[in-house]
Write a protein that binds this ligand. Structure first.
Ligand code: PFF
Length: 445
């Protein structure tokens, strides 16, 4: 069988495309707003540099050495207890589960691209009503756009690594960066830019409680696509002899830069035209459209461009969330790519319908357990539990299970003197830190 491989730039863009997603442009600004800015941003940055970068290297390494789907890679690389270790590869299920709500949110974005062409809410109040009407009453619109997202994502996956995933990233990632760069330049020219900078970088430590701390760490994982085999699966199609360190660096760098740029831009707009930063998950769907309204005609143009960029970011991440399971069925059960892609697509499409219903008046009562709707449960269980657990498994696997000489042979030529400190932190510091974070997220400490 001829194996398709990413080109070098294709791999970096695809991995960056996975990392740069709704997490960067939708989630990061609103959690920064919620947790008070500067100090939170600093913890997030430290996590990315100290923990995220190291685990990114480890996850890429497993894929690069394993060369197959996540389950087979774990199995192949474990010298003993193969049947136990291969369970680590089932982390790939987390990606498919995330898709249950991720695809629904991409659907909302599609809806906002279309409506922003001619309508923007004239106040935050009106924006709130518009968003809440869609969320709580408009099942059909959400279903329509969720289905559109499903069709697009599945189509890309059927086209494979080269013709599908690499190609969409080669087009969408530069487009996304151009749109953001253009809007960012405009934001820099506005008076409120300096307020946004101050909000994001002046650290007020009194605002940093333990919940903010843990959220920042958890988000570091989510935003870098770590812990569920997306990066691992892509790395299995890396060219032989690739520089893993350089690739990991670029992915982390692009992801972080785009989050900061998006955050500064959004906060500038919100200070200049809107209601300020702290607005929760509705930030980009509520406060932002109302701020765009204040810009006049330019507002519609900006709104459409912004939601397009958000859709691009979401779609390139979405394919990476599904691809690990697609690869699994191709490698382990000899499914054709088309069959595997369509089946996986149908899985998240089907459960996505329940995610939509779990917000709809009249249905949500049946799909809510405890305080959380089905939609929220999926988000919580995947991001809070499965993801850090995946990071923990991967760092232990590379730190203790794969023979050190294999790890060294692949990485030392690039890491040089930094190899030992990296290996040490992977073996000791990161597992302890991840363990604590996991317990805390589960509410146990
Ligand atoms: N990193 C993506 C984001 O920030 O939206 C989400 C994500 C994609 C998480 C792929 C995990 C993953 F495997």
């Amino acid at each position: 069988m001829k194996i398709a491989r990413f080109s070098r730039i294709g791999f970096i863009l695809a991995a960056a495309g996975s990392a740069v997603g709704l997490g960067n442009i939708w989630k990061f600004p609103y959690i920064t707003g919620e947790y008070g800015g500067g100090a939170f941003v600093l913890v997030y940055l430290l996590t990315v540099v100290l923990v995220g970068f190291s685990i990114m290297i480890a996850e890429m390494l497993i894929g690069y050495l394993g060369r197959r789907d996540t389950v087979s890679s774990f199995e192949e690389l474990a010298p003993n207890y193969k049947d136990l270790w291969k369970l680590g590869g089932f982390q790939a299920m987390a990606g498919l589960s995330i898709m249950i709500f991720y695809s629904v949110v991409i659907g909302w974005i599609f809806n906002y691209i279309i409506t922003s062409l001619e309508y923007l809410p004239s106040s935050v109040k009106e924006a709130e009503t518009t968003f809440s009407l869609m969320l709580h009453t408009d099942f059909l619109t959400q279903l329509l756009y969720h289905t559109l997202a499903f069709v697009m994502i599945t189509y890309v996956l059927t086209k494979g690594i080269k013709g599908g995933i690499e190609r969409i990233n080669l087009i969408l990632m530069p487009s996304l960066m151009l749109i953001l760069a253009g809007m960012f330049i405009y934001a820099v020219s506005l008076d409120s830019f300096s307020r946004a900078v101050e909000f994001m970088f002046a650290a007020d430590w009194s605002k940093l409680n333990s919940e903010a701390f843990v959220t920042a760490v958890g988000h570091g994982f989510f935003t870098l696509s770590l812990g569920m085999g997306a990066i691992m699966t892509y790395a299995a199609s890396m060219e032989k002899g690739s520089n893993i360190i350089k690739s990991a660096f670029w992915v982390v760098f692009l992801d972080t830069t785009i989050a900061i740029v998006a955050g500064l831009m959004l906060f500038t707009f919100l200070y200049q035209y809107g209601s300020g930063p702290a607005k929760g998950p509705g930030l980009v769907f509520i406060s932002l459209p109302a701020a765009f309204y204040e810009m006049g005609v330019l507002g519609n143009f900006f709104a459409v461009l912004f939601f397009l960029a958000l859709a691009f970011a979401g779609l390139t991440s979405a394919v990476s969330l599904v691809e690990p399971m697609v690869q699994y069925f191709i490698d382990r059960f000899s499914f054709s790519r088309a069959k595997a892609s369509i089946l996986m697509g149908l899985f998240f499409w089907f459960f996505g319908i329940f995610a939509i219903l779990s917000n709809i008046d009249g249905a949500k009562e049946y799909l809510t357990w405890g305080e959380k709707s089905f939609f929220d449960w999926v988000d919580y269980v995947t991001a809070a539990i499965m993801l850090p657990m995946g990071g923990l498994i991967m760092s232990i696997f590379v730190g203790y299970v794969i023979e050190k000489n294999r790890v060294e042979a692949a990485l030392k030529p690039f890491l040089k003197w930094a190899f030992e400190p990296w290996y040490f932190s992977l073996k000791y510091l990161i597992p302890i830190a991840m363990f604590v974070v996991m317990l805390n997220l589960m509410g146990l400490v």
